[in-house]
Write a protein that binds this ligand. Structure first.
Ligand code: PAF
Length: 291
């Protein structure tokens, strides 16, 4: 694996691959890699000729009181993990490389970005779409791999790609969970052992809703009330949102129809965690396989 820090060099690599009719797969990350990220790389490896991953903790997607400075950084460990998955190139830019002094342009999606995490993290998705647009322009991938855990991010990036005619296909990969169900996240590293146990309430709430949907419940009000009751069983965990939405528009859904996203965000101590499941209601009350 070759590590490159210059945007121009990565663009040259991608252009060369395209000249040779090779498919370029791209996995954008903020580092602090875990099995969730590696599953994206593995999928990219099976679908692409050249795999490029990026590690860049993007300052523009963090709010002033968020964890930008303490976000876990370990470039060497990340590079070793990516190399072990046969990543071809790691793009490891500096903040100055991505945002040279004087850069004043942003990319913003202006409807979905205000929903779910966008409501509690103002400006977050503008930072995400700006950096993802820049990374797409630099890496020029044919395929880009994103994790379903960030379901709102997935919907917004897909919308941006469609609205702005980016020539890239977004491939969404399933959530990877710890053996007890906790969704893998770089921010899990912030949790002490007690909080790590408390954090399981997110998954428990989703599983309760999954069970109710499996039994035929389709009304969002009933489901959300049941989910909130589960979260309340862990009084130290502060619910940010629990919502049932259309996975593409992120609009709230009154009923579980042909595919609804049930998304939860909560603070465990000062750590904000998110998780979600996608359910499909049918007359018989059968749902999609668990993620
Ligand atoms: O999901 C992430 O890790 C980040 O939001 C992304 C897509 C790498 C942009 O900084």
């Amino acid at each position: 694996m070759l590590t490159l820090t210059s945007a121009a060099e990565i663009t040259a690599v991608s252009k060369e691959a395209h000249r040779a009719s090779k498919c370029v797969g791209f996995v954008p990350t903020m580092g602090a890699l875990h099995q969730g990220h590696l599953s994206l790389v593995r999928t990219a490896r099976t679908q692409s000729d050249v795999v490029i991953a990026s590690v860049f903790v993007n300052p523009k997607q963090f709010g002033p009181n968020e964890d930008f400075t303490k976000y876990p950084r370990n470039a060497e460990k990340d590079a070793a993990m990516l190399a072990a998955e046969k990543t071809d190139y790691l793009f490891l830019p500096s903040v100055e490389e991505m945002y040279p002094p004087g850069a004043t342009s942003w990319v913003s999606e202006e409807a979905l970005s205000e929903k779910l995490d966008g409501r509690s993290r103002p400006g977050h998705f503008r930072g995400v779409t700006t950096v993802v647009a820049k990374l797409f322009n630099i890496v020029q991938p044919d395929l880009a791999f994103f994790g379903q855990k960030d379901a709102a991010q997935v919907a917004i990036v897909k919308k941006m790609v469609c609205d702005l005619n980016f020539d890239v296909r977004i491939v969404v990969c399933p959530i990877v969970r710890e053996s007890d169900g906790l969704a893998m996240s770089s921010r899990n590293a912030y949790l002490n052992p007690e909080q790590r146990k408390q954090a399981l309430v997110l998954y428990r709430s989703l599983m309760r809703l999954q069970m109710l949907v499996d039994r035929g419940e389709t009304r969002s009000t009933t489901l959300l009330a049941a989910g909130k009751q589960v979260i309340a069983e862990e009084p130290t965990v502060k619910l940010d949102y629990l919502e049932i939405v259309n996975p593409e528009t992120l609009d709230q859904a009154d009923e579980i129809g042909q595919g609804a996203l049930i998304a939860v965000a909560a603070y465990v101590g000062s750590t904000r965690l998110i998780d979600n499941i996608v359910v499909h209601g049918t007359a018989a009350g059968k749902t999609s396989p668990r993620q």
